[in-house]
Each structure stands twice: as structure tokens, then as C-alpha cells.
Design a protein around this ligand. Structure first.
Ligand SMILES: NC(=O)C1=CN([C@@H]2O[C@H](COP(=O)(O)OP(=O)(O)OC[C@H]3O[C@@H](n4cnc5c(N)ncnc54)[C@H](OP(=O)(O)O)[C@@H]3O)[C@@H](O)[C@H]2O)C=CC1
Ligand SMILES: O=C(O)[C@H](O)CS(=O)(=O)O
Length: 489
């Protein structure tokens, strides 16, 4: 049966079912493909090519050739192409959102928000392209000058996840292309159609052949080629810490540059002087956006004991208003989880928490909608001894842990090998400074549950990753510093 997406798009050409290599739309030489399914009902949307490692190697060759010419373009020329791509994404945001929701499941409004918010990285880095400045430093010796040049690292390989199948791509392609690099992208096998639609628009925007390619196929062989091909200078990855660790090990032989946006275990802290209504709003967006499938989701909700009852009551009122269903249907605010593995994870965390004394106050089971739908769930009386406090749930589970004082909650919040996002709600400014500086995280949301944007440096500490995406810092990972010593002057 034909998936409804095929007839729902304003521009049907955005639904591409071939890989995009060196400016050409290609099938795998051996004809191999893999299905892309709709998590709502498991129906097949399209089949896309499963390229071989050899075909990826040839794509890398083309990316190397293209990169040398792309780097010779002026910054203004590169910026113009990025801005054209940015505008085309905005012009086609409805279709891109429809493709995104069809393959990933999130509500259409969230999908459109992802498309627009992350297209802004192209606009931002189009400007940063023109600010890749160097230095002229007085010489250490007479007749000498020290020059500092910044040059593109070269061919970059990007590997992106299924949870933000559109946004994670522009977030990486923006700085890479602005710096003068070329990029080969391997999107998540569950959600490649968003990447391919972006390639359609990149081609229309005038991104030269080979500067941006999308290679679809099995993760391990493609990842192995990325890590071991000497022409790949850098790997930029968003996904699990486990895969990030594997990439680090594999890329070590070639000392490749790495940017890693990995897993998280965000603490969300509500102090007794917090604006409770604001804290509940922040907890809702931080916990339940994308059905809890984001790396910056509130994974542990700590509430000071004097306000835990009031906070929980307010939170439950908001949770009860969450409406499950097909992401493309009006009024839906939570879609299906990405797959059965994701459902198994939340079932494991819920069972463990209840077994260890937690109290279920909302949800706690698969939805009557079936499939991979899981009810938004709240458990109180949670402790640090439970799996949900130590592991990233990546699903709609809000565990509430009460605490006595600041020292206790900082110690609990920092008791994790992860350090990506953290959040707290408080009014006392001295407390705001103390807690913001004490939390071991790359990102601290103070009185806000939504922190990602193109102007801010996004990234983690500890095992949540390496490097930053967005802001003026986000382009540094795609540049090398060259020191030129000019003597005899
Ligand atoms: N930081 C973040 O934003 C994200 C964090 N996560 C975390 O990861 C957990 C598991 O999610 P999952 O989707 O399995 O994430 P993975 O890390 O397994 O997948 C993310 C991307 O990495 C690719 N990949 C997997 N193995 C390799 C490999 N050996 N070489 C190259 N690429 C590889 C995947 O390809 P393929 O799809 O073909 O397997 C996908 O494109 C989540 O529960 C969450 O905790 C997940 C997504 C995003
Ligand atoms: O990978 C993710 O989960 C995203 O980075 C979340 S956000 O930055 O879009 O909020």
C-alpha cells in the first residue's frame, strides 16, 4: 500500500529514495536497499540504497576533490550558497516537517520547529564564514613576523541520529561548509529521508557536487570506512556514548579530528524559591519534547522537599493533557517511540523504580494505541539507587526525587558519568551563581527548559562528548590553525 506521504507533499521531488553522491542520485551497485518505516504503524514509506564500503570510499574521493575547489571559493561565495540553502529550507518547511514526522513520529508542530530552528545554523555559519580571522604577531626575533592562518580541516564525515533527523544535519553541515570543508553524511537508517530531502535542497541551492553527499547504508561498514580512510580528516557524530566511544577507538589510528555529541542524564532541579508554574512548564518541555527522546531531556527531576507536593500536583495536571497519536494528526502532542528497543528501555526503568519503592502517579504502561506508544509517566519517591537515576531513559518518564538542601542536590546531580545539559529553577541570584558554577555539565538552563539555539555553544563534558556546536565556537572544530614564520624581513 502506498504511504500517504507520497501524495501529501507539495513538492513530491523532496521525497528522494536514492543516495546523493558527488552530485548524482545513485542506487547501490548491487541493488541492495533497506526499508524506511513509519513508527506509527510500521508501514513502509520508501526503500533507500544500502551502499557498500567501496562505494563510500569512492564518495570520499569525490569529496576530497570537491573540497579543494570549495575552499578556494571566497567566504562570501560560500556564505551566499549557505544562505540560499537556508531560505530553501524555510520555503519548504511544511514538506520537510511532513517527511520528518512520517519517518520519526514526532508531532508535526515539533517537526516544523526542528526544521526552522536548525536551518538557522546555516544562516549563522554563513555569517561566521566571513569572520574566520587569523593573526599577525610581532616576531620573536628581529626581521621576523608570526602569521596565524585558519584553514579548513578538509573532508568531514558526519553521522547523525534518528531523534532529530533534520536538525542534526544542518547543525553540522553549516559550520563544515562555512569553513570550506566538504561533508559526507550517514544519516540514521531509521530516518534517512529527511537527510535526502535536505540534499535535494542543497543541490538546488548551488552546493557544488561532492561538497555535500548523503551515503545511506549499514552503519558499521560505513563507519569503518569513515574511520580508516586517510582522506577523511574529521568525524562529527551525534548519538549514543557507546557508538561515540567506538568511533574514538576506530579513529585513533589516523588521529582524526572528532566532534562528539553523545548521551546525557540531565538533572532538573526545583528549589524552594522557584516559580513553580514556570518550573512545571520547563519540566514539561524538557522532559516530554519528542516523547523524551532528546539528549538534553530532563532525566532526573529533583524537587526541594518543601515544594515537592505542590510541584508534583501541578506537573500531573499538565501531563494529563498530553495527547498521544499519529504525529501528522491535529492536536497530537506525543507520538510513538522510535522502536521496540526504546519501549523496552522505559519498561525496564519503570519496573526497576517501582520494585525499589517508587510510587506510580501517572502512566506506567504501553498505550492502548498499541505499537510503540507509551503513556507519559510520572513516578515519585525515586532515589539515586534506581536505574532511572543512573541511565538515560530516552522516553516519556519523569522521575521525581526530593531533596533537603543545595549541597545534597548538587552532589546527586553531579553523580553521573554524563554532563551534557542540566537545569534548575530558583530566584535567589547568589544561589543561581553558586549552582550554575557547581553543576558538572556543558549546558546549564537557569529558569528555562529549552536551551538549544544556533547562537549558543552546545555540547557536553565528561562522557557526553567533545566539542561544541553552534555559536562562534562551533566553527573551530572544522578549522586548523597554521603558524607561518616569515623571516628575513
Ligand atoms: N546525543 C543524542 O542526541 C542522541 C543520543 N542517543 C542515545 O543513544 C541511545 C541509542 O540510540 P541509537 O539510535 O541506538 O543511537 P546510535 O548511537 O546507535 O545511532 C546513532 C547513529 O550512529 C550510527 N551508528 C551506530 N553504530 C555505528 C557504527 N559502528 N559506525 C558508524 N555509525 C554507527 C547509527 O546508524 P544506524 O541508524 O544505521 O544504526 C546512527 O546513524 C539512545 O537511547 C540515547 O541514549 C541516541 C540518539 C541521539
Ligand atoms: O540530539 C538532540 O537530542 C538534540 O541536540 C536536542 S536539541 O539540541 O535539539 O534540543
Amino acid at each position: 500500500m502506498t504511504h500517504p506521504l507520497k501524495t501529501a507533499l507539495k513538492d513530491a521531488s523532496l521525497l528522494a529514495d536514492k543516495a546523493f553522491v558527488a552530485g548524482r542520485w545513485v542506487c547501490a551497485a548491487d541493488g541492495r536497499t533497506f526499508p524506511v518505516t513509519d513508527p506509527f504503524d510500521g508501514s513502509v514509506i520508501a526503500e533507500v540504497p544500502s551502499l557498500s564500503r567501496e562505494e563510500v570510499s569512492a564518495a570520499i574521493d569525490a569529496a576530497e576533490t570537491a573540497q579543494k575547489l570549495w575552499a578556494r571559493r571566497t567566504a562570501k561565495e560560500r556564505a551566499k550558497v549557505l544562505n540560499t540553502w537556508f531560505q530553501l529550507i524555510l520555503d519548504n518547511a511544511d514538506d520537510l516537517a511532513l517527511i520528518l514526522t512520517s519517518e520519526q513520529g514526532k508531532p508535526l508542530a515539533e517537526a516544523k520547529g526542528e526544521v526552522i530552528a536548525n536551518a538557522a545554523y546555516l544562516e549563522w555559519f554563513a555569517e561566521e564564514a566571513k569572520r574566520i580571522d587569523g593573526d599577525i604577531i610581532p616576531g620573536a626575533n628581529a626581521g621576523q613576523r608570526i602569521l596565524v592562518l585558519k584553514q579548513p580541516v578538509g573532508v568531514c564525515a558526519a553521522i547523525t541520529p534518528w531523534n532529530f533527523p533534520n536538525g542534526m544535519i544542518t547543525r553540522k553541515a553549516g559550520p563544515a561548509l562555512a569553513a570550506g570543508c566538504s561533508m559526507l553524511l550517514k544519516p540514521a537508517s531509521q530516518t534517512p529521508l529527511s537527510a535526502l530531502a535536505l540534499a535535494v535542497l542543497a543541490e538546488r541551492a548551488g552546493v557544488p557536487a561532492g561538497v555535500f553527499s548523503v551515503v545511506t547504508g549499514e552503519a558499521r561498514p560505513i563507519g569503518t570506512e569513515f574511520c580508516h580512510n586517510p582522506k577523511v580528516a574529521k568525524i562529527t557524530f551525534t548519538g549514543s556514548t557507546g557508538v561515540g566511544r567506538w568511533l574514538m577507538k576506530e579513529a585513533a589510528d589516523g588521529i582524526k579530528r572528532l566532534s562528539l555529541e553523545l548521551g546525557g542524564n540531565a538533572p532538573f532541579i526545583v528549589f524552594d524559591d522557584a516559580d513553580l508554574d514556570a518550573a512545571v512548564d520547563g519540566a514539561m518541555i524538557s522532559k516530554f519534547r519528542n516523547a523524551g527522546q532528546t539528549c538534553v531531556c530532563a532525566n532526573r527531576i529533583y524537587v526541594q522537599e518543601s515544594v515537592v507536593e505542590a510541584f508534583t500536583e501541578k506537573l500531573l495536571a499538565k501531563v494529563s493533557a498530553i495527547t498521544l497519536g499519529r504525529g501528522t494528526d491535529a492536536g497530537i502532542t506525543q507520538g510513538p517511540l522510535i522502536d521496540d528497543k526504546a519501549v523496552a528501555k522505559i519498561e525496564e526503568h519503570v519496573a526497576d523504580a517501582l520494585e525499589k519503592g517508587g510510587r506510580l502517579v501517572a502512566g506506567g504502561k504501553r498505550s492502548v494505541l498499541g505499537g510503540t506508544f507509551y503513556e507519559p509517566t510520572v513516578i515519585t519517591g525515586v532515589t539515586q539507587a534506581m536505574k532511572v537515576a543512573a541511565e538515560e531513559t530516552f522516553a516519556p518518564l519523569a522521575p521525581i526525587i526530593s531533596f533537603r538542601d543545595e549541597d545534597e542536590v548538587i552532589a546527586m546531580a553531579n553523580d553521573s558519568e554524563y554532563g551534557l545539559a542540566s537545569y534548575f529553577y530558583a530566584k535567589d541570584m547568589a544561589r543561581v551563581w553558586r549552582v550554575a558554577e557547581a553543576l558538572e555539565a556543558g549546558i546549564v538552563g537557569v529558569n528555562s527548559g529549552l536551551i538549544a539555539n544556533e547562537m549558543a555553544p552546545f555540547g557536553g563534558v565528561k562522557q557526553s562528548g567533545l566539542g561544541r556546536e553552534g555559536s562562534k565556537y562551533g566553527i573551530e572544530g572544522f578549522l586548523e590553525i597554521k603558524y607561518v614564520c616569515v623571516a628575513g624581513l
